[in-house]
Each structure stands twice: as C-alpha cells, then as structure tokens.
Design a protein around this ligand. Structure first.
Ligand code: SF4
Ligand code: SF4
Length: 437
C-alpha cells in the first residue's frame, strides 16, 4: 500500500501541533526534509527521549519519507544542548542522507518558519506552506509514528513529558485516551494548591483541568506551574482587557515589533501597529489586520518586550480568531528580507525560561517506560484538523488494540483506533469509551 494511504489509515497527525493530518504534507517538489526536534518550549523533553531511546525507529521513518518522494537530504534539527547530550555534532551523518543540524539555544526555534530559515537559509514567503520553499517539516515523534505504521501499528500510543513543580520530571508513553488523572495517580503526581496545569509548553500551552483531561494525539507536555509564574498569568489575559489596557498605556515604543521573531524574518507583522488599532488610535486597515495571521503566538511581545503590561499577542489573537472564522489570511507573493538585527535580537532559551518564571523547574526528564496498564480509555472523535471521525462500533462490542473503531468523516478527516483490548461502554458523536474486561 502507498505510504500516504498507510499514514492516513493509521490516523497520524502532527504529534505536537494543532493535529494537522500528516499525510497531507507528503507532496512532490521538496528537496529537504526538516525534522523538528527543536523542543522549542522550556521544560519539554519528549523528543529528546525519543531520540535517545528510539533513534533507529525515527531514522527508519525519515528514510521511508525521503525515499518515497526522492528527497535528497533530511536535516535532523536539534538545539545545541540536545545535540551535546546525544553526542552529536553539527553536520554529522546519522544514516544515508540524514544529517544533524544544530540550532542555537534560542526561542522560538521550533516555530516552523524560524527553523526552516535556521536550517536551510530560506524564508518561506509569508502565509505560504513550507513546500513552496522546497521543504517538508515533520516532528520527530511523527516520523517515529510513520515508521510504526509502516510496521503495521496504527497510532494508539502517545509520548509526553510531565514536568514543572514535580518531584522529578518524567517522559511517559501511554495509550491515547488514558485519563490524565490515572497517569498522575500511577506516578504519584499531585497538583499543589495555587498551581495550574498546562497542556503544552509554558509559552503556548493551554490551561486544562487535570481531573477531566485525557491523553490525545497532540499531547506533548503536561506542566504543573504556580499561578504566580508569568507563564500562567499570561494565560489569564482576555482580549477585551488587553485592548482596554492598550488604549490607555501603549506608548508606541515599538519594542514588541523590534523583538518579534516573525518580524525579524522580514514578515510584515508589526504588533505595535496592531495595538494601535485595538486602541482605536487609527482605523484598522484591512491589510494590516490580515497580517495577524502571520503571528506564531510565541508571546515574546507580551511577556518579554512590553514594559507597560500590554499583550499584543492577545490583541492579535482576537484578530486571528475573527479572520479564521471568515477564512481570511495574509499571503505574500514576494520574498521577505531578513532583518540585519535578527542575530542580535534573538531571545536565548535560558532568558526565556527565566522570564516565564519556570527556569528553576528545568531538569532533564527521565523516561519511565511504555505503560499500557490502565482500565479506561476515552477516544475523541476530533483529535485532528478536519471533520470528526464517525464511530463504527456500538456499546457492548469487544475490540482489540489497533482495531478501527471510528472511520474518517467526510472530506479531510482521519480514523480512530482502539488503544487497548476491551469492551465499548459508551459511544456518541464526540467520543468512544473502552473499558478493559
Ligand atoms: S512594547 Fe508595549 S508599549 Fe511598546 S509599542 Fe508594544 S505594546 Fe506599546
Ligand atoms: S506573539 Fe508577538 S512576538 Fe510572537 S509572533 Fe506574534 S506578534 Fe510576534
């Protein structure tokens, strides 16, 4: 069977992002496969552990992809500290046509556009897909999942870090659909009073309720952080308050724009102007508002740049939301010119962790193994971008791990698989619950 079909049938999505179906990226015309092992966010060690413990499988996934569409080279992009920990050096050959590319320890190096520039020297035109610059990007774990799928195993397991204010940060591999509370119980993890739990990194993660959250195909890190950390405070900013504050406090110093990583790559994104429109100092110009879709949400403008407590990120997120609902985005038809200042204005990972108030929790996570010993699994029908999957099992059915329990919906969609042997105890349009016998 065609590798694209295998990826689709295995239900593979980008392992740490918004859940984009991975088979969609496999297009002709690429001369470079960029392997994202940047682990951009502080405190996350999932990709590092995979590279340390499952390198052969990851390399096998990379080989399969570059052979499928004759891509001449793959660049394994990892930060310098990760390369050192793995005993790698820049340019080192890991396998046929697969080379190490060391990235500097700066944030947000895992942002696809920043990483492509750092690895290849190419700037993807604003609003265009990486393939237009001859590049395909896959996360380390996605390539691991592709190798497993080619070996007959659909996507049923997830690797993720549990870190922050815990006794010892760990990386676990559990069945998709496991309740987070069960994982916490198993590893003796508690959430202290005055702490918040994030799904994702401290910069871009979202607040979750650990009592109801479950492990999904995009779970990459679970962090327990004090409410007083700037990383958590920034999650509580709402767009209306951000606009009101912008109206009264923005002095138009332009520091948010000066430090914006997308602006430094030459993209026409200027957060200080967005703030000015939000403050109604100038009427929003349609073209300027459209550039909101170029924001990667890194938060540098909000947490590091602004000394007035304004959140350009929240203002821009509001615009992005509105544009998304109207299916509008900025697309450039000319090349961007990288700022000569970029090299001096990049934010070191160390400084970024410190600004977020999470530096003291940064310890390399320990891999505690693959663990399937749970009783209940809640498989969501929407773990990907596109139409929800459609259940094909009924209450009372017996299923085996790897069975297709929901088929792809109409249009862009993916199937879902049972992540353990058991009996179906609940089915609706949003989820299927499987209990072990
Ligand atoms: S850094 Fe703050 S004060 Fe300066 S322009 Fe940006 S939002 Fe305004
Ligand atoms: S969050 Fe702010 S700094 Fe980051 S890309 Fe968006 S506008 Fe630029």
């Amino acid at each position: 069977m065609d590798i694209k079909e295998i990826m689709k049938n295995a239900g593979i999505v980008g392992a740490g992002g918004a859940g984009f179906p991975s088979f969609m990226k496999l297009a002709e015309g690429a001369d470079t496969l960029v392997v994202n092992g940047a682990e951009c966010e502080p405190l996350l060690y999932t990709d590092y552990v995979l590279l340390d413990t499952e390198l052969d499988t990851v390399l096998s996934g990379i080989s399969a992809v570059i052979n499928y569409i004759n891509i001449p080279r793959a660049l394994m992009c990892v930060k310098k500290h990760t390369a050192e920990r793995l005993g790698w050096s820049d340019g080192m050959c890991l396998a046929d046509r697969i080379f190490v590319k060391e990235l500097p320890n700066v944030y947000p190096m895992g942002d696809e556009i920043s990483m492509i520039y750092q690895a290849t020297g190419r700037v993807v035109r604003a609003g265009n897909l990486p393939i237009t610059s001859g590049v395909i990007v896959y996360n380390v774990e996605t390539l691991y999942n592709i190798a497993k799928a080619l070996d007959g195993h659909p996507l049923t397991m997830k690797w993720f870090t549990i870190g922050g204010n815990v006794k010892e940060p760990i990386v676990v591999c559990t069945p998709i659909g496991t309740r987070l509370s069960d994982v916490f119980k198993k590893y003796g993890i508690t959430v202290p009073a005055g702490h918040t739990v994030l799904d994702g990194g401290p910069s871009m993660g979202r607040v979750i309720n650990p009592n109801s959250a479950i492990v999904t195909k995009t779970t990459k890190g679970i962090l327990i952080l004090p409410d007083t950390a700037p990383a958590i405070e920034s999650k509580r900013i709402d767009a209306a308050k951000a606009a009101a504050r912008a109206e009264t406090a923005c002095c138009q110093c332009t520091r948010c724009t000066d430090l914006c990583p997308r602006h430094l790559l030459g993209y026409p994104l200027e957060p200080h102007k967005m703030v000015r429109t939000a403050a109604q100092a100038v009427a929003p110009m349609p073209i300027m508002v459209l550039t909101a879709t170029l924001c990667c949400g890194c938060g540098i403008c909000e947490t590091l740049a602004c000394c007035q407590g304004i959140s350009p990120r929240a203002v821009i997120a509001n615009y992005k939301d509105m544009l998304g609902k109207n299916r509008m985005k900025y697309v450039a038809n000319v090349d961007a010119k990288v700022s000569a200042e970029r090299e001096y204005r990049m934010v070191s990972s160390h400084k970024w962790a410190s600004v977020l108030g999470v530096e003291k929790y940064d310890r390399v996570a320990k891999f505690v193994g693959v663990d399937t010993d749970y009783q209940r699994f809640e498989i969501l029908m929407s773990q990907h971008i596109g139409a929800p999957s459609v259940a094909k099992v009924s209450v009372g059915d017996t299923v085996r791990a790897g069975d297709v329990i929901a088929e792809a919906g109409a249009g862009l969609s993916l199937p879902q698989h049972a992540s353990a042997d058991g009996r179906v105890s609940y089915v609706d349009q949003k989820k299927i619950i499987i209990d072990r016998g």
